[in-house]
Design a protein around this ligand. Structure first.
Ligand code: PGA
Length: 250
């Protein structure tokens, strides 16, 4: 009943011309795929060009980050309505690389989430434990804290478009994937926490994506799990053939 979502996070790759080239190759490969949602999130400079190229496709555009203020003297930041004006429908929030390298916290996630919701963007909020935290048996407490603090102050009605991405930090870009059992267990926990905080209708409608070394070879077994509703794909989203194979999982 939850429509799968396969999302590509291009991170700091691809100029506008390279993004355009990608979309031209991807479009015929995913033509006719209409039982699932597809999204790609280019870097800011490529958004508008990629948006133009996506118009004739069913692929949606997302951004990798946003700032919470509507406008102002915030050098280097990008406002929610600028993303909307570029054609974005989704925005990734609190990716572990932003938490790790750019000082993002559950508090900044919360402010960004609120701003995304107000702008009508579908937020893809990233959560996940580090290897150390997993080894220390802290996976669930960490996820609980990230979810509770990140979603604080918002109500279910505001979060109808919410997507959560579970990305164990130790599986991102490392080639290590969580076992499907580990992923399913974390996803089920996340859904139960969201149910507790915001009610079961939202929790059961909400999509939870798995992220961390998703490839054409492992997407099907991940998608077979009850609480895995899609994927947030980094490295394998950079090539049209690998990304389209993931999109077309069976
Ligand atoms: P990866 O990245 O697929 O390259 O592991 C996933 C992500 O960071 O979203």
């Amino acid at each position: 009943m939850r429509r799968p979502l396969i999302a590509g996070n291009w991170k700091m790759y691809k100029t506008p011309a390279e993004g355009l080239d990608f979309v031209r190759q991807l479009a015929p490969l995913v033509d006719g795929v209409n039982d699932r949602d597809i999204m790609i999130a280019p870097a800011f400079p490529a958004l508008e060009t990629v948006a133009g190229a996506l118009k004739s496709t069913s692929v949606a555009l997302g951004a990798q980050d946003l700032f919470w203020e509507a406008e102002g003297a915030y050098t280097g930041q990008v406002a929610p309505r600028m993303l909307v004006a570029c054609g974005c429908r989704y925005v990734i929030i609190g990716h572990s690389e932003r938490r790790q390298y750019f000082g993002e916290t559950d508090e900044t996630v919360r402010r960004k989430l609120r701003a995304a919701v107000q702008a009508g963007l579908a937020p893809v909020v990233c959560v996940g434990e580090t290897e150390k935290e997993r080894e220390a048996g802290q996976t669930f407490p960490i996820l609980d804290k990230q979810i509770q603090n990140g979603l604080e102050g918002l109500i279910a009605d505001e979060l109808a478009l919410l997507v959560i991405a579970y990305e164990p930090v130790w599986a991102i870009g490392t080639g290590k994937t969580a076992t499907v059992g580990q992923a399913q267990e974390a996803h089920r926990f996340i859904r139960s926490q969201v149910a507790r905080l915001l009610g079961s209708p939202l929790a059961s409608a909400m999509r939870i994506l798995y992220g961390g070394s998703v490839k054409p070879e492992n997407i099907s077994e991940l998608m077979a799990m009850a609480d895995i509703d899609g994927a947030l794909v980094g490295g394998a989203s950079l090539k049209p053939d690998s990304f389209s194979s993931i999109v077309k999982f069976k």
